[in-house]
Write a protein that binds this ligand. Structure first.
Ligand code: WTA
Length: 653
């Protein structure tokens, strides 16, 4: 990253205020009450979070709410609690006992509902099952499963006995699974025979067997029977979930764990090197995840909440499982693909279960747009009252489509900015209070101190692009990179180290700008920033401009070296089905003009390549690094284990 400022060029003027009906019944119902809350948090951030923590149950109160030894924070020190108790036991004393906690739907259409009472029983049994295999507090348990209720049960069971879960996305290969089990020294692995997606079964147990060939730490494997495919069971090592669960009781007191007890490790890939094991701990994570779920999703007891993220990602951890359950909410959990058996599946789920809150990713929204409006239009989506997005900047055009076609122009959209490392939402509208603009996550939540700064640490002027930093430690922040504290310090805390004027700032790796009203516009990762004729441009903004053209479904922009401009812009574009037969030469010229019009000549792509598909991670992020390697002729050297479909890359080459 160099000293030059990041030029931010996207301008968006449309604004959307929540309706009176929405605000009237919202938990935070006006911009005034939000401002008041934000102000009190600003004056005393630690007390603000203490008050939030007090809304949860603790075995022992904390002695000190916050300690800081650069760059290591502790929250609610001396306190002890249990996350599983807060998600489950706490709700058993009132009417929530018989409320649906999880409504699960398999890809084949089968359905299961677990009430809080039933979920509690299953979690207690699973905890005892883990104990019967020798698992004790502090041990790491790997979870390699699809979207089945048992994945959530396994996580909650670990939390109940103080085991540290390491969920590995079920779409990962055996090599990726092995690397993550070895790095975390997992003692037990929980998996299933096969996971079902898009009408096919992927053999998780078979992949696990291969991974385990070179993994010494794992002593036992618990196998859930789900797809019914036959699997090899290794004597003394492997046990069936259903058999073990029959041998244990449903009584298991939650362990009293210190607030800083490790809760989970979740691996996330950096742009180079091996994946980082992000470590989260108990009390602070619980507090911020509970609070953000409540205020960002405005959770009421009658809501039916559907987050489409996989449990293998941080969103699945914080906003499929823990956050909603901490608030006693009803979760819809869906096993399969959004376009199985057809592109109407999500809308069908929303109609049948009466979903009120829907949380998904921009990449999914762009797919829905590509598949066409007729799919959602065929279903009754009138139960929806709130929409959310996460994972990357949402293009204003996709935002408008979401707002109109899915939200019926009535649902506020919460564009939530956060990271695996932050554990919980950091920047987001509060739906009953915030006036939103398509493309901005708006402002930091109360209790979160975020700024856009220059390389020298001074704050940027309005609309001046810079680096996004967090200026005060927050409860759900990562505590370290598992087994590599040096990498933790270097990656996140070396850009803005402790100084006379401040205690050290967390660098997010994102570029951003603040507009004149203080809304934050994420420009993208700083390594997705290109430099054309001395202007640093966020590729996300150019992509946004491309996607705003009616012919374009998706776009990714990278740079190649150019002797005159420094860097030239190369766009990879996929075209909507309706424009499949367009003359590509003409279309390329049109798109160049379009971008020049939307952003300016400076952003006009030099080359446009039409592609059938773009290389993406399994969580849907476009892997620009690989595209960069293609256009610069470099050999692909980095990690490609997170690539969803390797064939896409081959075709692009
Ligand atoms: C990006 C996902 C713009 C950002 C929870 C961040 C976003 C990275 C948004 C973290 C958003 C996430 N607007 N960009 N609303 N949400 N990002 O760890 O670049 O998978 O740093 O966590 O995604 O990705 P991660």
């Amino acid at each position: 990253m160099d000293e030059q400022r990041i030029s931010s060029v996207l301008q968006e003027e449309r604004t959307f205020a929540p309706s009176r009906e929405f605000s009237e019944r919202a938990l935070i119902s006006s911009s005034k009450s939000l401002a008041k809350l934000a102000k009190s948090a600003e004056q005393d951030v630690v007390t603000f979070w203490e008050e939030r923590a007090k809304e949860l149950a603790w075995f022992k109160p904390w002695k000190k709410a916050f300690t800081w030894k650069h760059p290591h924070a502790q929250w609610f020190v001396g306190g002890s609690t249990n996350l599983s108790m807060n998600c489950l036991d706490r709700h058993l004393a009132d009417a929530r006992r018989n409320k649906a906690a999880i409504i699960w739907e398999g890809e084949h259409g089968e359905q299961r509902t677990l009430t809080y009472h039933q979920l509690h029983r299953e979690v207690c049994k699973a905890s005892n099952m883990l104990r019967s295999l020798g698992v004790v507090a502090g041990d790491v348990v790997a979870i390699y499963m699809g979207m089945v209720p048992e994945a959530a049960i396994a996580m909650l069971a670990c939390a109940r006995i103080g085991a540290v879960h390491n969920v590995i996305f079920g779409g990962f290969s055996s090599a990726a699974l092995r690397e993550r089990m070895n790095d975390s020294k997992a003692k037990v692995l929980i998996t299933q025979d096969g996971a079902i997606r898009r009408g096919e079964t992927s053999g998780l147990k078979a992949a696990a067997d291969e991974a385990l060939l070179k993994c010494k730490s794992v002593k036992h494997v618990v196998v859930l029977r789900h797809s019914g495919d036959s699997v090899a069971m290794k004597a003394r090592r492997d046990v069936w979930w259903h058999e073990r669960m029959e041998t244990v009781t449903a009584e298991c007191e939650p362990e009293s764990l210190s607030s800083e007890h490790p809760l989970f490790i979740l691996y996330t890939s950096g742009s180079t090197g091996k994946p980082k094991g992000i470590l989260h701990t108990t009390g602070g994570y619980m507090t911020q995840v509970a609070y953000t779920s409540k205020v960002v999703f405005d959770l009421h007891d009658e809501d039916v909440y559907f987050c489409t993220a996989d449990i293998g990602w941080i969103t699945g951890h914080s906003y499929v499982v823990y956050g909603p359950l901490l608030n006693g909410a009803t979760i819809v959990m869906y096993e399969g693909a959004p376009n199985w058996p057809d592109a109407g599946r999500f809308w069908d789920i929303i109609e049948r279960h009466g979903v009120t809150i829907f949380y998904t990713a921009p990449t999914a929204i762009r797919s829905f747009m590509k598949w066409g409006d007729q799919w959602p239009r065929d279903y009754d989506l009138s139960s929806l009252r709130l929409l959310g997005t996460v994972g990357e900047p949402i293009n204003p055009e996709a935002w408008m489509w979401y707002h109109t076609v899915i939200g019926g122009e009535r649902c506020p959209i919460v564009d939530t900015w956060w990271q695996t490392e932050t554990g919980a939402i950091m920047i987001s509208p509060v739906p009953g209070a915030t006036v939103t603009k398509p493309g901005t996550a708006t402002k930091p939540l109360p209790g979160i101190q975020i700024d856009v700064v220059r390389k020298d640490g001074t704050s940027c002027k309005p609309n001046e692009g810079g680096l996004l930093v967090v200026k005060h430690p927050w409860p759900s922040m990562l505590r370290t990179v598992y087994g590599d504290d040096k990498r933790y310090v270097e990656t996140y805390w070396s850009e803005f180290p402790q100084s006379k004027s401040h205690p050290g700032w967390y660098f997010t790796g994102d570029g951003a700008r603040k507009d004149t009203s203080g809304n934050i516009w994420i420009i993208g990762r700083v390594d997705d920033v290109v430099n054309v004729s001395g202007h640093r441009l966020g590729t996300a903004e150019i992509e946004s401009a491309l996607v705003s053209h009616p012919a374009v479904a998706e776009a990714a922009v990278v740079a190649r070296p150019d002797t005159v401009k420094g860097q030239a812009l190369v766009a990879f574009v996929t075209v909507k089905a309706t424009h499949a037969r367009a003359d590509t030469k003409k279309l390329a010229a049109l798109l160049r003009e379009h971008v020049a019009r939307e952003i300016g000549q400076i952003a006009r792509p030099d080359d446009i390549h039409f592609a059938e598909a773009l290389p993406k991670t399994r969580s849907g992020k476009i892997m620009r690094r690989l595209l960069r390697e293609i256009v610069t002729g470099a050999v692909a050297t980095g990690d490609t284990t997170t690539l969803e479909d390797a064939a896409v890359l081959e075709r692009l080459r």
